[in-house]
Design a protein around this ligand. Structure first.
Ligand code: G3I
Length: 377
């Protein structure tokens, strides 16, 4: 059963009205006086909007940067946050709880409680689960990265990992980001950072896909990365690899574009075109980690122009996914600035999420809702 509804009845604001409420003027409006921001809970559930054929997802906070933060575990302890996750989204992804570091404190031991809790919650709330991730260069336990293993042992470790984790959640995890961030921004394979790619190159990607498919033949298997929103060397490398893998009969089904955007850079205007390059191969696509960071001052406040750009970027990203028939899900990498990963990674940037620290609606939330609702609503 879904958790208590947070959605309030009332008029649905346009993105422009929401900008005004947030104290931001629209382009060309000379008014310098900001109006106070009323704290408002969402008045609509994203998961219920007309484009809901598209799964609308969120990363569920826990582990990673939260572990060192001064607050209690978000997913375990913050009921208001859990309510938002249940209310707003039809898909969830573990932000960190399915990564090697979290699941495998030692070589012998698997620790599933954190991952199980999110999956149980998803099932109680009628949400699908996106699994993240099986083969990545980051957040691997020290015993793996610093251990002495033969090639055969390394391969067996990955096979065991995939068989155990994908097998455990067979039928409960719809999509798997099997391989994450395997190319650098120039489209070069990350052989130095990723201990599996270092030894086996892309053959281990084909193996990982096969092992995942054996463990759950119904799971939809993805390659996933950031900075692949546009056509360029990195997305070209994925296109070439996907073509190769498919030709070799590997069970590859999807390509995930993370979508970590910043208003300091232009919006990737060819996002839709790029997504179509992958659907033309027969793959499905998804936007898997959308967020839009903006420059902020010491108090975390953004300039109105940047908030306006953020609104535009969120809306255009959703539009691109909606426009592509086989773009099957859109996941936000966090929903509230209370738990955002962004400030810890990008000095001077923040406010990247669609709800503020008090879980109140920001103009970006309204932009996502408007885009999901579509132009005819
Ligand atoms: O491992 C160190 C530990 O040795 C050190 O004591 C501690 C001090 O803070 O930091 C630990 O590293 C943390 C790491 O998670 C592992 O737990 C980092 O500080 C922390 O920033 C990191 O955060 C996670 C990050 O992935 C790691 O790359 C974030 O919570 C998580 O949101 C983020 O998610 C990634 C996706 O998985 C893939 N795409 C990009 C996305 C955003 O970076």
């Amino acid at each position: 059963m879904r958790a208590t509804r947070l959605v309030r009845n009332g008029a649905v604001l346009s993105a422009a009205a929401a900008l005004a409420l947030a104290g931001c003027t629209s382009a060309g409006d000379p008014s310098p006086t900001p109006t106070p921001t009323p704290a408002a809970a969402p008045d609509v559930a994203l998961r219920d909007l007309p484009r809901a054929g598209l799964a609308v997802g969120v990363a569920v906070a826990g582990g990673g940067h939260h572990a060192a933060a001064g607050y209690p575990d978000p997913f375990g302890e913050d009921d208001a946050y859990r309510d938002v996750i249940a209310e707003q989204f039809s898909s969830v992804t573990h932000e960190n709880q399915l990564k090697w570091e979290f699941l495998r404190p030692t070589r012998e031991e698997f620790r599933f409680e954190g991952a199980d809790a999110v999956i149980d919650f998803a099932e109680e709330n009628g949400q699908q689960v996106r699994g993240h991730t099986l083969l990545w260069h980051s957040q691997n336990p020290r015993w793996l990265t610093s251990g002495t293993f033969t090639d055969e042992e390394m391969r067996a470790l990955l096979q065991e990992h995939i068989a155990t984790v994908v097998g455990r959640y067979k039928g409960r995890i719809v999509h798997w980001d099997v391989a994450n961030e395997i190319f650098d921004d120039s489209g070069v394979l990350r052989t130095e950072e990723n201990p599996f790619l270092a030894r086996f190159g892309t053959t281990i990607v084909a193996d990982a896909l096969r092992w995942a498919h054996e463990a759950d033949p119904d799971a939809v298997l993805y390659l996933n990365d950031f900075n692949v929103e546009s056509v360029g060397p990195k997305s070209d490398a994925y296109l070439a690899l996907a073509t190769e893998l498919l030709a070799a009969g590997a069970p590859l089904h999807g390509f995930g574009v993370q979508g970590h955007l910043s208003t300091q850079y232009p919006f990737p205007g060819d996002l839709e075109t790029n997504l179509r390059r992958f659907t033309d191969l027969g793959l499905e696509v998804a936007i898997t980690e959308l967020d839009v960071r903006v420059p902020v001052d010491g108090a975390g406040r953004a300039e109105p122009d940047d908030v306006e750009k953020q609104v535009e970027y969120y809306g255009r990203a959703v539009d691109a996914c909606v426009a592509v028939e086989r773009c099957t899900s859109l996941t936000l990498w966090g929903v509230t600035d209370r738990y955002s990963w962004v400030p810890g990674f990008f000095a001077g940037e923040g406010s990247a999420m669609v709800l503020d620290e008090d879980l109140a609606v920001k103009p970006a939330f309204t932009a996502v809702a408007d885009a999901l609702r579509g132009p005819d609503a």
